[in-house]
Structures are given as C-alpha cells and as structure tokens.
Ligand binder design. Structure first.
Ligand code: CAA
Length: 385
C-alpha cells in the first residue's frame, strides 16, 4: 500500500520487488521477533535467500549470481528490512561489502574461486576495516601485513564485523607501509574457517539488529599466499572507500525499509486505536506525523535509488550514496520515534514492534560511516567540484 513511490522501476525490477516482498512476508516476518528477542542468527533463511538469488544479487550469472542491477539490490534490501533489519544487513554486508570488492578488484582466478560459493550462500562474507582504535579515521590501520617470500604474515584485531562470527570469507584491510599512510594499505581475501591464526571474539550484545551477528576478528601470525591479495599492494584504501560507497546505498535502503515498517504499523494502529470517541488517526497531530513520515520515506527512497541508478550507469555516485545514507538513516530514526509516539505506551513495550524499529534504525546512523562522516564526504565532493 505504502510503497507506490517506486522510482519508475522496470518490469524486471518490479518483479524482483514483488518476489522480495512476498518472501519477506512469508519467511522473514515470522522469524523477526525471535531474531530480535533471542539475538538469533536466522541461518535457515540463507538457502532460501540464495534460491531467490538474493545472496548474489548483482553477481554475474557466470559466477553463479542473479546478475541483477544495483537498483534491484536496493529494492531487495528495503523489502527485507521492512520485516527484519537484521536479515537485511546480513544480506547487504555479504553482497555489497564482500562480493562487490571481489567482483570489482579480483583476478579471474579469485572470482572463479569465491564468487560462486558466496552467491550460492555456501559461504557467508564479511568486511573487516574497523579496528578497536580505528573507526572513522579508516586510513589509520594498525592490523599489519608483512611480506615473507610469497606469503604474508598478518597480525591485528578487527572490530564490529557484521557477519563476523558466521563468516567463511573476509575482505580484510591491513597496513603494510605506515610511512605511506593510506597508500600503504593492502586488501586480502581471507578464508576464515579452519585457518590457523584466525579467530572470532564473542558475539556483541547489541542495542538493535540483534540477529545480525557481530564480533571482532583476531589475526595472530596468520599466513596467506600472494594469491589472496585483492588488488595490488597499496590499493587497500581505495578498495575500502569505493566498496563503502556502494555499501552506503544498501544501508540507505535498509533505513527506508525500517522507516516504512514504522509508518505502516502506525497507520494500522491509528485506525484501530480510539481516543475521545474516535480513531486517533482522525486527529490532526497524528495525521501530521503520518504525512511527514510518508514524505520523508519517499524522499529517502528516491535518493537511495538515484544513487543506485548512477552506480548502474557507471557514473560517479559517492556523494549521492553518502547523501542517501545520511538522509535515510536520520529519517529512519525520526520515523521510528514518531511511530513510538503514535503508539503511546504501547510503543514503549516489546509486545509491539515499533520499539524494535527505533533500536534497529539507530545503527544506520553509525555503521558504514557515521552521519558525521557522510557530511564530511558530501562536503568534500562539493569543495572538490
Ligand atoms: N573511492 C575511491 N577512492 C577514494 C574514495 C572513494 N570513495 N574516497 C577517498 N578516496 C581516495 C582519495 O582520492 C585519496 O586518493 P589519493 O591519495 O590518490 O589522492 C585517498 O583515498 C585519501 O582520501 P582522503 O584524503 O579523503 O582520506 P581520509 O583519510 O581523509 O579519509 C574518510 C576520508 C571519508 C574520513 C574515510 O576515512 C571514511 O570514509 N571513513 C569512514 C570509514 C567507514 O565508513 N567505516 C565503516 C566501516 S565498515 C562497517 O561499518 C562494518 C560493517 O561490517 C557494516
């Protein structure tokens, strides 16, 4: 009902959206409360997501993917987030932060080796850039990679890694030459399971997106061969930044999905709940909230899909992606708060879902670059122009 502002989607993109929507309603929604309340990783969804192509949305068919465009990817993430933000970020980190850099920077051998297993959901992917002391200032990597013949020795700790505890493949960033600053950073494809020197920490006990597993990853004298290097030595920072440009579109779509959930639940509630002898939706205060939520959700979706469309067209989209993420994440928190206000006391208890939407929305202002960093990126583009 409330998703009619569809950015002039093509026939194929509409079909993808309907498929994602039906799947989210029939398979994701029934698990969403368990995922949140029990911090449950919905592993049973992975094969089903894979069978619909959602674990390899834009991976080419030649590597076992669905070969859809980035707009379709955004649409899928929104529909999953409408029902369960945890599920949506498991899918988005896997697709945009792990598959995309391998697709964009990998050798043919690396693509053939990893993409089919990632796209089929046999492997789950993650992206390891942040460290305990390195978040927004991503160039200040301390996890080290030291060349030893045809191998690399890796030491250090990565923090806040989405999918970390469950991941099979990690796109990892390390510092080789600190004197070169960001130009001294390398990127590796790391096989996580049964790899000596690789271990994951405790699952973080988070405020929201509770079923999306997050942990640190430690590397202790981890040895990898040259063939695991993604891109050339020193390319790491550019790989990280360009990967995040695309990832931010996914987070914007996630934020839109969460906000839509807040709106749709609020519209339903406002028509049922009576006060002063009539449904509260008859009161202008509630109508104002609902109208503002609707406008801002559609505006955020337009920004997100416009950025995705630019990515599909092969034109620069870094500023557009940052704008979409900034606007959508702040909008999402605001919509979740309004949703709680509309629900009154019922909005503050776990019997209803709106309090979850607020907890889930908040992270979209933090991960894949805080709102402060998005503003910095946007202004940086404008000053460069
Ligand atoms: N694409 C390609 N190259 C880029 C780029 C981009 N988007 N942005 C910058 N670069 C290049 C620049 O062109 C420059 O290259 P040259 O030296 O050749 O000129 C180089 O990178 C350095 O650029 P800056 O001087 O702008 O870099 P900086 O050190 O000032 O950092 C920053 C810029 C925007 C603050 C960046 O550090 C940043 O984005 N920080 C936030 C990091 C982030 O989003 N972290 C989230 C972690 S992922 C996550 O959340 C985990 C998860 O599991 C969900």
């Amino acid at each position: 009902m409330l998703d009619s502002f569809d950015f002039d989607l093509s026939e194929e993109q509409r079909l993808v959206r309907q498929t994602a929507k039906d799947f989210a309603a029939s398979e994701v929604a029934p698990l969403a409360r368990k995922v949140d309340h029990e911090h449950y990783f919905p592993k049973e969804l992975i094969p089903k997501l894979s069978s619909l192509g959602f674990m390899g949305v834009f991976t080419p068919e030649a590597y076992g993917g669905a070969e859809l465009d980035y707009v379709s990817y955004g649409v899928v993430v929104e529909e999953l987030a409408r029902m369960c933000a945890s599920t949506s970020v498991i899918v988005s980190a896997h697709n945009s932060l792990c598959i995309w850099p391998i697709l964009a920077f990998g050798t043919e051998e690396q693509k053939k080796k990893y993409l089919p297993k990632l796209a089929s959901g046999e492997y789950l992917g993650c992206f390891a850039l942040s460290e305990p002391g390195t978040g927004s200032d991503a160039a200040r990597q301390t996890c080290s990679s030291v060349k030893e013949g045809t191998s690399w020795r890796i030491n250090g700790v990565k923090n806040w890694i989405t999918n970390g505890p469950e991941a099979d493949i990690c796109v990892l960033f390390t510092m080789e030459k600190p004197e070169l600053k960001h130009k001294g950073i390398n990127c590796f494809i790391i096989e996580m399971k049964n790899h000596e020197g690789v271990s994951t920490g405790k699952k973080e006990d988070k405020l929201g997106i509770c079923g999306s597993p997050t942990s640190n990853i430690s590397f202790e004298d981890t040895l990898v061969g040259d063939e695991q290097l993604l891109g050339a030595p020193g390319d790491g920072f550019k790989i990280a930044m360009s990967t995040l440009d695309g990832g931010r579109i996914g987070i914007a779509c996630q934020a839109v999905g969460i906000a839509r959930a807040a709106l749709e639940d609020s519209v339903a509630y406002a028509q049922e709940r009576k006060a002063f002898g009539q449904p509260i939706g008859k009161f202008q205060s509630i109508q104002n909230y609902i109208a503002d939520m609707s406008c801002r959700i559609d505006a955020a979706r337009l920004l997100a899909l416009a950025a995705a469309k630019r990515k599909d067209a092969g034109v620069p989209y870094g500023r557009e992606a940052a704008q979409a993420k900034l606007f959508a994440s702040e909008m999402s928190v605001d919509c979740a708060l309004k949703g709680i206000q509309i629900h009154g006391g019922y909005g503050y208890v776990k019997e209803f879902n709106v309090e979850r939407y607020l907890r889930d929305a908040k992270i979209t202002e933090i991960y894949e670059g805080t709102s402060e960093i998005q503003r910095l990126v946007i202004a940086g583009h404008l000053f460069k122009a």
